[in-house]
Write a protein that binds this ligand. Structure first.
Ligand code: NAD
Length: 256
């Protein structure tokens, strides 16, 4: 029933905006935060590493964060059928944008054009100085860690260096937020995939889109707070569900 409904919505949709979360990349070997095998489900204290106040105040939190960055499975990860499904959707001309909460760049590595992807929470492959804003590559910073600097400082001003990701307590990039708003308002179908829809403002895009008249389809293994607003909720694994949805042919001709 839900599957049939989702198929019909995908067939009718002309402009599809997608919000993805960590669940998209669990098939690539990168654990999510809140799923049954999530990093925070297994170790709730790990949340401290994602809190900006702890990061700034406590050098031990920073040292731990640098160690975990070096060990992040995303360095070795490759995209799966779930990521590739969006490239297929883009090829059909109906993908408006992918707003991702992920920091692993796997959407781009699956071949999606970078301008289609809005990285709401930044990227783990770059660094930024919290004092002067200077950016650099994560690889270069991790080389300094491996060479014996457990908490490398900014080479320009000596400030605290951090991954170019949005931690709890930090604001999202205003330009990215604005583009996200536009993409949420400018779609007739909003798909939320692999996200618990509990992190704001990202989760709010689903509500924004439905208020503007879009149909909401949720693909997630576990319930989300937005399930009752959705026109269809699919619980299957994303590596099966998303390619099947992306393969649904449009029922009306594409717009010129
Ligand atoms: P989350 O951990 O809160 O939720 C992920 C959801 O995906 C869970 O509800 C889980 O049931 C579901 N899920 C996991 N694997 C699935 C699968 N194969 N098929 C269907 N559903 C599946 O993640 P979130 O909502 O993205 O929020 C967490 C925050 O963590 C984000 O801000 C993000 O920046 C960050 N994060 C990113 C990565 C990454 O870049 N890959 C990994 C972990 C956390």
């Amino acid at each position: 029933m839900e599957w049939q409904q989702a198929r019909e919505l995908f067939a009718a949709a002309q402009r599809i905006t997608v919000l993805t979360g960590a669940g998209i990349s669990t098939g690539s070997g990168i654990p999510d935060f809140r799923g049954p095998n999530g990093v925070w489900t297994k170790d709730p204290t790990a949340q401290r590493l994602s809190d900006i106040d702890s990061y700034v105040a406590d050098p031990e939190v920073r040292r731990q964060a640098w160690r975990s960055r070096a060990e992040n499975p995303a360095w070795e990860a490759v995209p799966t059928a779930a990521h590739e499904a969006f490239r297929a959707l883009d090829d059909s001309g109906r993908l408006r944008a992918v707003l991702t909460q992920n920091i692993d760049e796997l959407h781009q590595r699956a071949g999606l054009a970078p301008e289609r992807v809005l990285e709401l929470h930044g990227t783990m492959f770059a660094t930024v100085c919290l004092n002067c804003g200077e950016s650099g590559t994560m690889r270069a910073a991790l080389e300094r860690v491996a060479a014996g600097e457990p908490d490398p400082a900014c080479l320009t001003c000596g400030g605290i260096l951090k991954s170019a990701t949005v931690s709890f307590g930090q604001s999202l990039d205003e330009g990215v937020l604005r583009q996200g708003h536009r993409a949420a308002l400018d779609c007739d179908l909003f798909l939320a995939a692999g996200t618990s829809l509990t992190v704001h403002p990202a989760a709010g895009f689903a509500e924004l889109a439905t208020r503007a008249g879009a149909d909401l389809v949720i693909c997630n293994a576990e319930p989300t707070p937005y399930d009752d607003q959705a026109a269809a909720v699919l619980r299957g694994g994303l590596d099966e569900v998303l390619p099947a949805l992306a393969a649904v042919p449009p029922s009306t001709p594409e717009r010129p």
